[in-house]
Design a protein around this ligand. Structure first.
Ligand SMILES: NC(=O)c1ccc[n+]([C@@H]2O[C@H](COP(=O)([O-])OP(=O)(O)OC[C@H]3O[C@@H](n4cnc5c(N)ncnc54)[C@H](OP(=O)(O)O)[C@@H]3O)[C@@H](O)[C@H]2O)c1
Length: 340
């Protein structure tokens, strides 16, 4: 095989606050020769996810940061160009984790073969991938929605939030979505059939949310934190469950929010209302993955779960698209398409 050059986005510097183009650099490097057990891949789709902001920082977290100068990490859907692993052949489409680059050589042991006849292969990065699994495992294991209960979720048009609301409805609960702007709210009500949708940018957001939850909130699936959390917290019913999945409103913060310390008052409410607030990382529920793939594929086939993708074309667009994701400029699962 002729020498393949991989075009890559590498981490140039660690951002303080909002990332910008200066924190990334694009380079081209020849691929190394594949070893036994490895495969040569061409990236078709790259996933852009909020967790990548954490990987740009050296702060202690559940996963190691991307080193300065290293290729940005992330999930990918790739075509196998050359295989040195018995389970994969040239032409296979696989779920891989090769990051922000056009081509890679990687250990094939972690690949999952994708069948384009079952679902568009891009869904392996969204509704049928890590974000969909996060919604499924976090909501069902920790949120435990019951028929008639109210489930609230923010970032509700994204891959995690949209699945949370639709699974809540499958379980007989009322789904209330929070999203940025009237277009996203209309999509939640009209396309995803949420019972209500509230725009967190509206000046009377807290009042609108209260009106949308006349019986209070039994499950709040926390994706956002910040002002949204402050509006939801007073509405939580006794014994409400709060799976803490993400805090995207805080990911670009470099200082604590201004104002008085609200933690003592909040802890008093946790006690007197018997609230359960539980953080999680989806990888702790890996054993549920086969059940997720089976159930989610069926819900999609039955039209009970719908999804929306926001596809950007070309590797060079990735940094700008990623910065936009942290500010709500994406509308649906954000993907970068690199090849057909
Ligand atoms: N714990 C885990 O294992 C795990 C796994 C995957 C994802 N997550 C978390 O799940 C959350 C959603 O992820 P996703 O992939 O589905 O992302 P996403 O919804 O596609 O994108 C993030 C969305 O967050 C919203 N947002 C950003 N800043 C906000 C703010 N200040 N206030 C309110 N909303 C804001 C924006 O939507 P609007 O325009 O609607 O505001 C933006 O589109 C993230 O917090 C992510 O870190 C956690």
């Amino acid at each position: 095989m002729t020498q393949i050059i991989s075009r890559q986005v590498r981490l140039a510097a660690r951002p303080e606050g909002r990332p910008g183009p200066e924190h990334f650099r694009i380079e081209e490097h020849p691929l190394p020769a594949p070893q036994p057990g490895q495969a040569v891949l061409q990236t078709l789709y790259m996933s852009l996810d909020p967790y990548m902001r954490g990987r740009m920082s050296a702060a202690k977290s559940y996963a190691k940061p991307v080193e300065i100068g290293a290729v940005m990490e992330g999930g990918t859907v790739s075509r196998v160009l050359e295989s040195h692993h018995p389970d994969f052949a040239a032409g296979d489409i696989v779920l891989s984790h090769t990051g922000w680059q056009t081509h890679a050589v990687a250990d094939a042991a972690g690949f999952r073969k994708l069948d384009p006849k079952v679902a568009p292969v891009s869904t392996a990065l969204g509704v049928l991938g890590m974000p969909g699994f996060t919604a499924y495992s976090g909501l069902l294991t920790l949120g435990q929605p019951k028929p008639g209960e109210t489930v609230v979720v923010a970032a509700a048009t994204g891959p995690v939030g949209s699945a949370v609301g639709q699974i809540a409805k499958i379980k007989g609960a009322r789904a209330v979505g929070i999203a940025g702007g009237p277009e996203k709210c209309a999509f939640l009500r009209e396309e995803l059939k949420f019972d209500a949708a509230v725009d967190h940018r509206a000046p009377d957001f807290a009042e609108q949310l209260k009106a949308a939850c006349p019986d209070g909130v039994d499950v709040y699936f926390e994706n956002v934190g910040g002002a949204v959390w402050e509006a939801v917290f007073p509405l939580l019913n006794p014994f409400a469950r709060v799976p803490v999945c993400g805090l995207i409103a805080q990911y670009n913060s470099s200082a604590p929010p201004p104002g008085p310390d609200r933690l003592p008052g909040m802890m008093r409410e946790v006690l007197t209302r018997s609230l359960t607030i539980r953080g999680f990382i989806q990888s702790e529920f890996t054993a549920q993955r086969p059940a997720f793939l089976r159930e989610m594929a069926q819900w999609i086939a039955e039209g009970k779960v719908r999804y929306r993708e926001d596809v950007v074309e070309g590797l060079d667009k990735a940094p700008e698209a990623f910065v936009g994701l942290l500010e709500g400029r994406n509308f649906g699962k954000l993907l970068v398409k690199l090849a057909d």
